[in-house]
Ligand binder design. Structure first.
Ligand SMILES: NC(=O)C1=CN([C@@H]2O[C@H](COP(=O)(O)OP(=O)(O)OC[C@H]3O[C@@H](n4cnc5c(N)ncnc54)[C@H](OP(=O)(O)O)[C@@H]3O)[C@@H](O)[C@H]2O)[C@@H](O)CC1
Ligand SMILES: Nc1ncnc2c1ncn2[C@@H]1O[C@H](COP(=O)(O)OP(=O)(O)O)[C@@H](O)[C@H]1O
Ligand SMILES: [K+]
Length: 536
């Protein structure tokens, strides 16, 4: 399992390693600089390298790299941007070593904030020499505010010169301008070929738009003690990898029958929304559930029978079509005959938010409280939850309830907008988890999964999944895994991983442009072939 930290957590891990464990800051820095320099030497023959440094320890890494590369036959040019009064003690130490080497003059640039960007850029442009490698060591995890003035100009010039000379761009630790927690860019940002990041990957490098700033992020071990990660506030973000997925999935019982592999009940679809029920049910079967029941309005019977004859259908009447007694009877039938068979329940895809939908949601939540059955709540069922303002949500939802909002639904659940939720996905996810107390799967180009104790970030998936019905597929995958016996937490985390990996398989075959949600089901089969164990 790969672990990622926010910028603040990384600084806490650094501080603990230095102050409590007793590791010298300069030792960590030397290893960091050596890693980055070695990467450059492994992909390029000695030539000219241009290094843009700030005045913090990211800049100090850049100075140490200058020394190492120079000692290995590189011609090095350094531009130090900022006020020398702000230089850290490590920076001054690295600079003193360069001074002893004499061949490495550091060119300084700082002008106070009274010029427009063009003036700064023309003044800076003389410092940016043609080179085959461009290094960005302006800001690391210490970036604390929007980039403006001379720093913005320095970044724009770096990008432009790098492009003009076709140089290989290396960002030290993190692309300057990228917020290490949110993945948002603050004003201006470096676009590099690679980020060489130290100790742990930073969450912001894997969230969008941050994840698009470089083609590659390489994490280097700089010798930080393993325990450092236990001395940060909150939890690190775990990222499931293929080998973890294999372990969590386990092996399928050779002598199992359809009862062994769990029954998923899917309460989904309304008039004109049969597809949502179909996609969820198809995905539940394709992920290995033994039986899938669909509870849906009568109008969907024919189409669902034709599309997925393997599913068991329970067709219900709209409230307007039946008497009060008949309505009570059909709810009693579901409560007494259908729900007791479920090992996991999905409620919401294409459900609508009418009175019947409300009653169904109440019934399912009541069932969860009394029977502790895992429930996946998606789409309209989330919208219904968002409409309830007068309940204590944390008490209302059990620990094995899984909410799967996209940014629009997340915004609604938190009385905000889709735009705000997408921009601050981590923050919104954290607040949602606090509010509801259950498992929160906050979906977007990267999906965040939070439980009371753990935080996960999913790294599979692609833009081809931004197509109607992808989320319906996810509900079926998660419920299927829960029905087969995985804990609700593992079902959610592995489900999101599998769903994204299925999307990646589909993209290989169809391209992200032309894939549709059904292709994810084929992708699921391909991924499951890769990760399922051959033997018990
Ligand atoms: N032992 C260690 O600790 C190790 C650390 N390592 C390395 O250190 C890096 C962290 O170093 P760091 O904490 O010094 O912060 P860093 O990223 O250099 O930035 C701070 C400087 O930027 C400035 N500044 C910030 N935002 C700004 C803005 N918008 N516009 C303008 N200025 C702005 C800020 O100025 P101030 O806010 O004080 O005005 C300050 O001068 C880390 O990423 C890794 O590369 C590795 O060597 C491994 C061992
Ligand atoms: N650009 C993307 N990269 C990776 N995954 C994506 C991307 N866009 C969407 N997805 C995934 O596709 C799914 C879309 O879900 P949702 O918006 O609920 O779809 P629908 O409501 O149409 O079923 C989510 O799991 C989301 O994480
Ligand atoms: K940097």
């Amino acid at each position: 399992m790969k672990q990622l930290l926010t910028g603040k957590q990384m600084k806490q891990a650094d501080t603990w390693s230095i102050k409590e464990f007793g590791m010298e800051s300069l030792i960590l820095m030397e290893r960091a600089a050596l890693c980055a320099a070695q990467h450059i030497m492994s992909v390029q023959k000695p030539g000219c390298v241009f290094i843009m440094c700030g005045m913090g320890n990211n800049g100090a890494d850049g100075l140490a790299m200058a020394r190492i590369l120079s000692q290995n036959g590189w011609s090095v040019r350094i531009a130090a941007i900022g006020q020398i009064e702000k230089a850290t003690k490590e920076w001054l130490y690295q600079k003193s070593l360069l001074d002893k080497m004499e061949i490495l003059p550091v060119q300084y640039f700082y002008e106070s904030d009274d010029k427009d960007e063009e003036e700064y850029r023309s003044a800076l442009s003389n410092l940016y020499v043609p080179a085959q490698v461009y290094v960005d060591a302006l800001f690391g995890v210490g970036l604390s505010r929007k980039v403006s003035g001379v720093y913005r100009a320095a970044i724009e010039e770096w990008n432009e010169h790098k492009k003009k000379c076709g140089a290989y761009g290396v960002a030290v630790d993190i692309c300057s301008g990228l917020d290490a927690k949110s993945g948002q860019v603050l004003g201006a940002y470096v676009k590099a070929d690679v980020q060489i990041t130290f100790g742990y990957g930073k969450v912001g490098q894997f969230l969008y738009p941050g994840a698009s700033l470089s083609d590659q992020t390489i994490t280097c071990d700089i010798g930080m003690p393993n325990e450092a990660v236990y001395h940060v506030d909150g939890f690190p973000f775990n990222c499931l990898e293929k080998s973890d997925a294999k372990d969590w999935l386990g092996s399928r019982c050779l002598w199992g029958n359809k009862g062994t592999f769990g029954r998923v009940v899917i309460i989904a679809g309304s008039s004109g929304m049969a597809g949502a029920a179909y996609l969820s049910a198809l995905a539940a079967y394709r992920t290995g559930a033994g039986l899938v029941d669909i509870v849906t309005p009568k109008c969907n019977r024919l189409v669902l029978q034709q599309l997925l004859p393997e599913a068991v259908l329970h067709c219900i009447s709209e409230i307007s079509e039946i008497s009060k007694d008949e309505d009570e009877e059909q709810l009693a039938y579901l409560r007494n005959e259908v729900l007791p068979k479920a090992k996991a329940i999905v409620i919401g895809p294409g459900l609508s938010t009418d009175t019947l939908a409300k009653k169904l949601l109440d019934m399912v939540l009541e069932w969860n409280r009394s029977q502790n059955c895992p429930i996946v709540i998606d789409a309209d069922a989330l919208n219904l939850l968002a409409m309830r303002t007068n309940i204590d949500h944390a008490e209302y939802l059990g620990e094995n309830v899984i909410l799967t909002p996209h940014p629009g639904e997340l915004g609604r659940l938190m009385n905000s907008s889709a735009k705000e939720a997408a921009k601050n996905l981590l923050y919104f996810a954290e607040e949602l988890q606090k509010k509801f107390g259950c498992i929160c799967v906050c979906k977007d180009a990267r999906t965040v999964i939070l439980t009371q104790k753990n935080r996960y970030l999913n790294l599979t998936g692609n833009s081809g999944m931004a197509t109607g019905g992808s989320g319906d597929v996810l509900t079926g995958v998660i419920a299927s895994l829960a029905a087969q016996g995985l804990s609700a937490e593992r079902a959610a985390v592995l489900g999101v991983w599998l769903h994204g990996a299925a999307g990646d398989e589909a993209a290989k075959e169809k391209s992200p442009y032309s894939m549709i949600a059904r292709d994810l089901a084929d992708g699921l089969s391909k991924v499951l072939i890769q990760i399922s164990r051959k033997k018990v």
